[in-house]
Design a protein around this ligand. Structure first.
Ligand code: ATP
Ligand code: MG
Length: 424
């Protein structure tokens, strides 16, 4: 027998059994984004590699070791997108979405990073992303946190999530802070992990984001950027905190939160859970006021976030008693000469009359007993039986599958009314 081909490591099939959680997540997010006035945008999965080098930053985990880059048949250097912000900014500039107007956008789709696969960390994973353009003030940052907070509330996840926030100030105040940080880290150079030692000269702020525990210990006592913010950034951050206080959203200021990408300015934030081990960040984002100019557009303030769908699904699975289910209302069994055709015609007419009706029709023959077994397995509430005598008398038999109720045979003309009354 031929050896079967398997999926690529770290890239997963999402099977129908888990879809109810995905659908619940997607629907809840879409509803909330609509409530807050965000519009969907769909973006290519492949972009020029250069786009990511210029936006994410060359000295970051993503660009240094996680990108799926390749040369296509024309010799162009392309990459599977590792995140959505770069492509979204590219599209906004290219399509003139930023001229004298604000934009509040969201997208959903797969992202690709060549990481070591483990729970909550995959090579193809899905993100919901939100990006808003043209809003300079902290009110937009607050709105992003309001809407994520509302999302956790609606999904029942709020008790398991904590909000961490920080401000990275402007590139100017970061530059003067950088010198202080380097002076401190240099004293501990020998104890830093290898990546961080290298970054000490190339991109020292990245050291604050290290996942190495020994480096994290050193970072805890490093000088804090938050204490070296320019006045405007301080005011921005204070207003954000005030809006969170006024709406009762709890948060913690984490001075070493810097995020894994280079484009952030001022606000950064993460929603974190302790229920998923080391992969505890389910939503992360912040402000990136410099990115639009960096990618060739006119100066436009911007902010956004991305949510890892797999991590949210794990959290839903871990914390919800039972998955939301989707079972059909009825199963139509047809046994005897002429019943298959008559049954299928009948049920199409009923579908016309009751658009929300969910009904499975038996498509693969079998005895009455076999069809009833399938009806039961489908989870349907009712079995509709069409045998030769029902066919002859223009009737249908209805059998309840989930409760004890007497089986009854009614005229086919009454079926619509019966089902309508049951679905109310
Ligand atoms: P981490 O610190 O966990 O590596 P990150 O800083 O690389 O995350 P972002 O680039 O900000 O993450 O992506 C936003 C969110 O996308 C993360 O908070 C996480 O929920 C999710 N995410 C990132 N990488 C992966 C991955 N390889 N597999 C699954 N989800 C991921
Ligand atoms: Mg990462």
């Amino acid at each position: 027998m031929a050896k079967h081909i398997q999926a690529i490591r770290g890239m997963h099939d999402i099977l129908p059994a888990r879809m109810p959680y995905w659908q619940q997540l997607e629907q809840t997010i879409k509803n909330i984004l609509m409530n807050y006035g965000y519009a969907e945008i769909r973006l290519p999965v492949v972009e020029k590699t250069d786009l990511f080098l210029r936006s994410i930053g060359k000295v970051t985990d993503i660009v240094e070791k996680e990108m799926y880059s390749f040369e296509d048949r024309n010799g162009d250097n392309l990459s599977l997108r590792p995140e959505g912000t770069a492509g979204c900014v590219r599209a906004a500039i290219e399509n003139g979405l930023l001229h004298n107007q604000t934009q509040k956008l969201w997208y959903f789709g797969p992202m690709f990073r060549h990481e070591r696969p483990q729970k909550g960390r995959y090579r193809q994973f899905y993100q919901f992303g939100v990006e808003a353009f043209g809003f300079e003030g902290p009110e937009l940052d607050a709105e992003l946190l309001f809407l994520t907070h509302r999302l956790w509330t609606n999904l029942g996840l709020l008790p398991h999530l904590k909000l961490q926030i920080n401000s990275l100030g402007t590139p100017e105040c970061r530059a003067s802070y950088r010198a202080l940080l380097v002076a401190y880290l240099a004293k501990h150079e020998a104890d830093l992990d290898e990546d961080s030692q290298r970054r000490l000269t190339t991109n020292p702020l990245r050291v604050l984001d290290s996942k190495n525990t020994q480096t994290q210990e050193i970072v805890k006592h490093a000088p804090r950027l938050l204490e070296h913010l320019d006045e405007e950034s301080q005011r921005h951050f204070a207003t954000l905190k005030n809006l969170l206080d006024k709406t009762g959203i709890e948060y913690e200021v984490n001075p070493s939160l810097v995020r894994g990408l280079d484009y952030y300015t001022r606000t950064v934030f993460e929603w974190v859970t302790d229920k998923l081990g080391a992969q505890g960040t389910v939503c992360a984002g912040g402000r990136f006021d410099g990115l639009v100019t960096q990618l060739g557009g006119r100066a436009t303030p911007a902010a956004g976030f991305a949510m890892g769908a797999e991590r949210l699904i794990s959290l839903l699975e871990e914390t919800q008693a039972s998955p939301p289910t989707t079972t059909p209302d009825c199963y139509l069994a047809m046994v005897g000469a002429g019943t298959q055709e008559a049954g299928m015609v009948l049920i199409e007419q009923i579908r016309n009359q009751i658009p929300k009706l969910s009904v499975l029709q038996n498509l693969n023959g079998g005895s009455f007993k076999a069809q009833m077994k399938r009806a039961d397995k489908s989870g349907a509430h009712w079995a509709l039986l069409l045998g030769e005598s029902e066919l002859e008398n223009k009737q249908i038999t209805i059998k309840a599958l989930r409760e004890t109720a007497e089986q009854r045979t009614i005229s086919q003309d009454e079926l619509t009314d019966f089902l309508k009354s049951q679905l109310e």
